[in-house]
Design a protein around this ligand. Structure first.
Ligand SMILES: NC(=O)C1=CN([C@@H]2O[C@H](COP(=O)(O)OP(=O)(O)OC[C@H]3O[C@@H](n4cnc5c(N)ncnc54)[C@H](O)[C@@H]3O)[C@@H](O)[C@H]2O)C=CC1
Ligand SMILES: CC(=O)C(=O)O
Ligand SMILES: [Mg+2]
Length: 529
């Protein structure tokens, strides 16, 4: 190959702007994703540099909604190895596979998916890797974790999605998913090997199908440094936004925030994870756990979940109603009229399930109903923001899982919230890493939620936002990490005595100082040439 050289005047030009222009010139979200991924491979410092400056624009590409398209099509858009695949065929030698990761001594945070429930898109098998990559980009951009400390992992265990098994380009192992003991043995070996190879690393379980999400969180949470983002991260982020939303709703109704009654549409890992975390919304205000539970109702594909239903899955039993034994209630408007909720949360993957009738039924019961359609990506969201504002004349207090743009109605501009675990997991990770906590406790997750709820500025509160603006994510992650560290210390789960000696302002300062920054472009290779 002939020698190459940068054009001599290249360093005088704005390569950041050039890269942004190239990304912006692509029409489709997926094309932008492919471009940005290529850029990350060529020059990761530049990639993170422009990501930090353009969060609002780039996060919806690298994360939900576009990462969903990237996952669905990953076998076809694959360019280069980007993460670590651990295959069911590696059973017996998983330790060696993990040890092949470059700089494994640096590993501090792994996002691990088995691809079995990517966003609301179902079993995508080995195509699930981009979700781990996207979450880790948020750790890097949002919490300043060093890129070399992040380990994206996809467990390649097979898939039950026939169209992938039939696709000649599918990059995963072609077999159905393992069941019961075969899966348990794999997971036990994997977790043990993770601890051996990456002794100080935090594992984030991501997008496992609901049964396995609950099962492996319980199996490992007291043994390893692990948390489940969909159950705990989502629970925490919604507790936070809900606390702020209830304050706004109370101001309109004149009723105390603890008068809220919450209806969950969708009772999977996310729905039940959030419902359990929202118990604290009531208990923190002095309510008994039993009373708190009575204020939560859950709905699945068969309707209102009642205790008398035959064959109810284990994770649905806790919130199953014992106060209704009439005919099954399956229509959402009927359920709303029966329950009379103040809040309706969607984690069902059913697009447009919150119809005009549903919105109007909620508005008839409350001056400012809370409506959080949280399913991802946008194509599976229960309610579009524009419809929510139009059908309620701006009454609803809204947060969705994926981003929506502000909406103008009757001369007023309304801003949606984004109720997504991206506001929480980077701070939980950073706090856990810095304090070297042995486990991620329920109280740490709860304190993270409270810190996020309190992180809104005066301006954000005045604009009636329920979540802070994304551009401040590093500041927010620092506040979340601070709360996590202090809680770890309180429970004596931490292993960093120095942090205990620091007064609050110094600890917050240290958290900010520890955040990785992409090296300034001028100081990098271009000027050397
Ligand atoms: N906003 C956020 O931060 C997060 C959002 N999610 C989203 O939550 C959604 C659900 O995730 P999982 O709970 O893991 O999935 P899942 O598939 O286990 O749960 C879906 C639930 O919806 C119910 N459902 C399905 N069809 C229904 C219908 N027609 N009527 C009523 N209920 C119906 C199912 O019975 C099940 O209980 C996904 O779209 C995911 O992207 C998940 C985690 C975080
Ligand atoms: C946001 C997220 O974790 C999910 O939709 O699964
Ligand atoms: Mg998830």
């Amino acid at each position: 190959m002939s020698p190459t050289r940068f054009p001599p005047h290249f360093a005088k030009t704005d390569h950041r702007q050039r890269s942004l222009n190239q990304m912006r010139s692509k029409q489709l979200g997926l094309e932008k994703y492919i471009y940005l991924n290529g850029l990350k491979g060529r020059d990761s410092d530049l990639f993170y540099d422009i990501l930090l400056e353009n969060m609002q624009e780039m996060i919806p590409i690298l994360y939900t909604p576009t990462v969903g398209d990237a996952c669905v099509n990953y076998s076809h858009i694959w360019r280069r190895p980007e993460g670590l695949y651990v295959s069911i065929e590696d059973k017996g030698r998983i330790r060696d596979v993990l040890a092949s990761w470059p700089n494994f001594n640096d590993g501090r945070i792994a996002v691990v998916t088995d691809g079995s429930r990517i966003l609301g898109l179902g079993d995508l098998g080995a195509n699930g890797l981009p979700i781990s990559l996207g979450k880790l980009d948020l750790y890097i951009a949002g919490a300043g974790i060093k890129p070399s400390s992040t380990v994206p992992i996809c467990l390649d265990l097979g898939t039950n999605t026939q169209r992938y098994l039939d696709d000649p380009l599918y990059i995963g192992v072609r077999r159905p998913r393992p069941l019961g003991p075969e899966m348990d043995e794999f997971m036990d070996e994997f977790m043990e090997a993770m601890k051996e190879v990456f002794p100080t690393l935090l594992v984030q379980f991501e997008d496992f199908s609901t049964d396995n999400a609950f099962k492996y969180l319980e199996r490992y949470r007291h043994q390893y440094r692990v948390f489940n983002d969909d159950i705990q991260g989502t629970g925490s982020v919604i507790l936070s936004g809900f606390t702020n939303a209830a304050r706004l709703s109370s101001a309109a109704s004149g009723l105390p925030p603890s008068d809220q009654k919450i209806l969950f549409f969708g009772a999977g890992s996310a729905g039940i994870g959030v419902a359990k975390q929202l118990l604290s919304f009531f208990t923190l205000s002095g309510m008994s756990p039993e009373e708190a539970r009575s204020r939560i109702y859950t709905v699945d594909s068969k309707g209102l979940i009642t205790a008398n239903r035959k064959g109810l899955q284990e994770h649905k039993k806790f919130f199953a109603r014992t106060d209704y034994d009439g005919p099954a209630l399956t229509d959402l408007v009927d359920i709303i009229n029966h329950v009379k909720p103040t809040a309706l949360l969607g984690l069902s993957t059913i697009r447009n399930a919150f119809t005009e009738k549903v919105v109007k039924a909620m508005c008839a019961l409350n001056p400012r109903p809370i409506m959080f359609p949280l399913s991802n990506p946008v194509a599976l969201c229960e309610l579009d923001y524009k419809d929510a504002i139009e059908w309620s004349s701006g009454q609803v207090i809204f947060a969705s899982g994926s981003p929506y743009k502000p909406v103008s109605h009757d001369g007023v501009v309304y801003e949606p919230g984004q109720g997504n675990n991206m506001y929480i997991f980077p701070g939980i990770g950073l706090g856990s890493i810095l304090s070297r906590t042995r486990h991620v406790s329920d109280a740490m997750v709860e304190q993270a939620a409270i810190a996020l709820a309190n992180s809104l500025t005066e301006e954000e509160n005045a604009a009636e936002l329920v979540y802070p603006r994304l551009a401040r994510i590093r500041d927010i992650s620092a506040q979340v990490a601070f709360a996590v560290i202090r809680q770890a210390q309180k429970e004596k789960l931490d292993d960093n005595a120095y942090l205990r000696t620091l007064p609050d302002s110094d600890l917050l300062g240290l958290i900010h100082d520890k955040m990785w920054q992409p090296p300034a472009l001028q100081l990098r290779s271009f000027t050397r040439l």
